[in-house]
Ligand binder design. Structure first.
Ligand SMILES: [Zn+2]
Ligand SMILES: [Zn+2]
Length: 384
């Protein structure tokens, strides 16, 4: 039934996906995107709630009397990347591109919304979340802070993300940590600048920064258990103006990722200790500006079992992969999954360019199965 309904609108879903690709917009600026999504949903009879996170759209369906609620979430923002695909539906907004496939996530969720709106075969409530600003501002966090979960008490939440290099249409998930937490810290090393020929009169923040970068590598190697994944990356270093001048300060920007709160706390503590000690050894000082990060994305056991049952019954055993490892990238769906049991699931995008690459494109061959996955979850979780 759902399969036939989705098949009947598949050409429209492809057209929707490509239109969204064309009008790609950055997080919290998804105005044209949400006008378009809203028009489609209203045409299908949905009443929209636009009260959250500037551009979020929430729609819901109630069948029979059960108050049990399943939320289905799609992110819808694009990235600041100049597209190099030369596709006929290439982004019209130069420098902004759907390079993470959120155009496809929206189209899959719309397909599910259409099919479920035509189908009365469940008991309870389905809440469709079209969420802004996954990539930059934590749209999920904003929605929660603005009371979304108070107005929509949700029992389970599910989200899909396409995954390049995973076989087309294969579903992949695991219990527990699915993706890592991320924090970013800006570090300023302040010394005493001077003439490059008179180092003895200075406190050199360049040498301090060099020692810090090397010393930071010992944290994952020597302080974290080999059984606990963690990553520390120094992604930026800025300082100085000429080869003959020792500058007053050097700035570093560091990202840290972990799967557990314990390792997360350990990384934060050790980074500060190592940076301060190294800076002091050269007579320089360190200061820290911690930016708000995303927590780890943790899948709930019962939700994973529901998703697995839905995938097996709808697509067969060979379409399900039990994922061995968490991915060390991060995802703001983590904020929802901190508060509500749920599962974040990958669907294979096949042999495509990687996410966040200027030549990436979402694979339209997985649109129908993504939509059907959401429908099947609802049937499993809200069985009559
Ligand atoms: Zn992304
Ligand atoms: Zn993404």
């Amino acid at each position: 039934m759902n399969r036939d309904l989705i098949a009947s609108i598949l050409p429209e879903l492809v057209a929707i996906r490509r239109h969204l690709h064309r009008i790609a917009e950055i997080g919290l600026s998804e105005f044209e995107t949400t006008r378009y999504i809203g028009d489609v949903l209203e045409r299908w009879g949905f009443v929209l709630d636009r009260s959250y996170a500037t551009t979020a759209i929430v729609a819901s369906l109630q069948r029979r009397s059960s108050t049990k609620t399943v939320a289905l979430r799609a992110d819808m923002d694009a990235l600041p990347i100049l597209e190099e695909t030369n596709l006929p539906y290439q982004s019209l907004n130069a420098g902004t591109m759907h390079a993470c496939g959120h155009d496809g996530h929206v189209a899959m969720l719309l397909g599910a919304a259409y099919a479920l709106s035509q189908d009365a075969d469940f008991s309870g409530r389905v809440v469709f979340i079209f969420q802004p600003a996954e990539e930059n501002f934590g749209g999920a966090k904003m929605m929660i802070e603005q009371g979304f979960l108070d107005h929509y008490p949700v029992d389970f939440l599910f989200a899909l993300h396409n995954m390049p290099a995973l076989e087309t249409g294969k579903f992949s998930l695991r219990r527990g940590a699915m993706m890592a937490s991320i924090d970013v810290v800006a570090v300023t090393i302040t010394g005493r600048g001077g003439h490059g020929a008179l180092p003895e009169q200075t406190a050199d923040p360049v040498v301090a920064a060099g020692n810090i970068i090397v010393a930071l590598q010992s944290i994952v190697a020597r302080n974290v258990s080999p059984h606990d994944p963690a990553v520390i990356t120094v992604g930026q270093i800025h300082g100085g103006s000429a080869a003959t001048i020792i500058p007053d300060k050097v700035e570093l920007e560091i990202s840290l990722r972990a799967l557990s709160p314990q390792v997360h706390a350990l990384l934060r503590q050790r980074i500060e200790e190592v940076v301060v000690a190294q800076a002091q050894s050269l007579g320089t000082q360190a200061s820290f500006d911690w930016k708000v990060g995303y927590p780890a994305t943790i899948n709930d056991d019962r939700a994973v079992d529901l998703a697995r049952a839905a995938i097996r019954s709808t697509f067969g055993d060979d379409r399900l992969e039990d994922r061995a490892f968490a991915m060390m990238a991060s995802e703001d769906c983590a904020f929802f999954l901190e508060r509500i049991p749920g599962a974040y699931v990958f669907i294979g995008n096949g042999d495509s360019k990687p996410l966040h690459n200027a030549q990436y494109d979402f694979n339209d061959d997985i649109l129908a199965d993504g939509a059907l996955f959401f429908c099947s979850i609802v049937e499993q979780a809200l069985a009559k």
